[in-house]
Design a protein around this ligand. Structure first.
Ligand code: SF4
Length: 501
């Protein structure tokens, strides 16, 4: 650590993932709003709005303590300066940039575990396998989160005696219910900064500086630390108890379900994930929330979120482009690129894409089992799909999507992140949602006019990837099922020529 006089001499440049108090050590700060960042690829309007709003709100909060530059490129401000320091930023590209300018770089923050702790853990794995479950347990032991302390033999035990409460969780939605019946989430109130952001986006779009997709507004995600705290309190009060049971359920009339809506503020650095976990765990200890929900939430943050962050660095910058184990090369269709659900007849996909158009967000099971499942079945290019998730989701960042999309959802890395592809037919969607009731297709039918594109698509996917998946013992059963399918050729032929989906 450098001395305090050194700290005083430097100005800390904070990025859009570092906008909360966790990244502020009291010295002078600098924020840069660089227009070119928003023009690199098409982006969801709600995402552009959220980032700009969060940056401008932070600049306003810091007042005289911060320089705030609104420029074309980062280089316009930082080139020629030798007084800058950064907390290590969150993308390969940004890290290259700050190092190329010789800035002082402090260790990253904003996760439950440090990069050094992950490296120690990874080095300790004798077999080289970096399984999420093993990592998660090591984080629990290291941090003491939801741990009971040592038993008489000196071993640490998980709270409740189990590491995993999945058997209590992941229920289907309540039958015949349009919503989960929870109070609607707390929403931020927009202010003059949001209005100005909206005016600027209109102008930039008109001038061709940005290509924006989807609707903008009202803003639904926290853009300041105070708003993030309010969103956390609302989640804990209204939805935490139902988080576990319904974390995988989907309902047409309930876009937020029991989810926390904290991924975007966490990825903007507005709220410390460790504080989120301490708050949630305190609810369990106070008897206000069941262990199954609390452990399920802790697993998502201390387990999965930290895990994908560390793997982003561990697997290297070329991970998305070098990984294509299932040889998927199809381009994304216009319905995805423009978030235009009008031509989609599959109710589950139409509802999910339409929700994304409105909010720039969908919950994790819509991402994995509707969007990801569809892309997997249709062989969309995994790197292009990962970029699409980065650009179209308010919480999409370069570090969060590659492992989630390329690894977990598309199985493009051949089994580093997930042991088998997350492909499923309409039966899963039918069990976990109310989508099929309002659909013109039938999840039980794989051939003919009413054949569900997910059910038939599942078999067509297995047919296409059979030679590549033959060596995967977890796929032995599904592939045996494929070989028994009497109408296999007819289903494959139907999906090859499918026009309405
Ligand atoms: Fe989706 Fe098939 Fe169900 Fe329609 S029938 S909602 S396409 S799973």
């Amino acid at each position: 650590r450098r001395g305090s006089s050194d700290r005083q001499a430097r100005t800390r440049w904070i990025f859009a993932g570092q906008l909360g108090p966790l990244f502020d050590d009291g010295g002078p700060m600098m924020l840069i709003e660089a227009r070119s960042v928003f023009g690199r690829r098409p982006m969801h309007r709600a995402k552009a709005h959220l980032i700009l709003s969060a940056l401008r709100h932070r600049a306003a909060e810091l007042g005289d303590r911060a320089e705030f530059h609104q420029v074309e490129r980062y280089a316009d401000v930082v080139d020629g300066r030798d007084d800058l320091e950064v907390i290590d930023p969150t993308s390969w590209r940004a890290r290259r940039f700050v190092r190329s300018r010789g800035m002082a770089v402090l260790p990253s923050r904003g996760f439950v575990t440090s990069e050094e702790e992950f490296r120690e853990w990874a080095d300790s794995r004798g077999d080289g396998r970096l399984l999420m479950e093993d990592f998660y347990r090591a984080v629990r032991e290291r941090t003491g989160i939801l741990m009971r302390g040592e038993d008489p033999r000196g071993r640490q035990n998980p709270e409740g005696g189990q590491w995993n409460y999945d058997h209590d969780n992941r229920n289907p939605p309540p039958k015949s219910a349009a919503t989960l019946g929870l109070p609607h989430p707390w929403w931020p109130e927009e202010d003059e900064i949001d209005a100005e952001v909206r005016r600027d986006l209109d102008r930039w779009q008109k001038e061709g500086i940005v290509q924006l997709v989807g609707d903008d507004g009202p803003r639904r995600f926290a853009a300041t630390a105070v708003e993030a705290e309010r969103a956390l309190a609302d989640f804990v009060e209204s939805r935490l108890g139902d988080f576990g049971p319904f974390e995988d359920a989907m309902l047409s009339g309930d876009w937020t379900m029991s989810h926390s809506l904290l991924s975007a503020p966490m990825n903007l650095g507005l709220i410390d994930p460790r504080h989120v976990l301490d708050t949630v765990v305190a609810e369990y200890h106070a008897g206000n929330a069941p262990l199954s929900s609390v452990e399920g939430y802790v697993r998502q943050i201390a387990g999965w979120r930290d895990y994908v962050w560390h793997l982003y660095w561990h697997l290297g910058e070329s991970y998305p482009t070098r990984s294509n184990a299932l040889r998927a090369t199809a381009p994304l269709p216009d319905a995805f690129l423009r978030l235009d659900a009008d031509a989609i007849e599959s109710n589950c996909l139409r509802e999910t894409i339409d929700g994304m158009r409105r909010h720039g967000w969908a919950h994790h099971i819509q991402r994995l089992m509707v969007l990801g499942n569809w892309a997997l079945q249709h062989g969309y290019d995994p790197a292009a799909l990962s970029d699409w998730f980065i650009d179209m989701f308010v919480d999409g960042t370069p570090w969060v999507m590659p492992v989630n999309v390329v690894g977990m959802s598309q199985h493009a890395d051949g089994g580093i992140v997930a042991t088998k592809p997350y492909a499923s037919g309409g039966a899963y969607i039918n069990r976990m949602s109310d989508y099929c009731g309002g659909c013109r297709f039938d999840p039980k039918v794989r051939l003919g006019e009413n054949a569900c594109p997910f059910t038939a698509g599942y078999w067509a996917f297995l047919d296409r990837t059979e030679p590549l998946l033959r060596g995967n013992h977890r796929m032995a059963q599904p592939l045996a099922g494929l070989r028994r399918l009497a109408d296999r050729d007819a289903v494959v032929d139907q999906e090859r020529h499918r026009e309405s989906w």
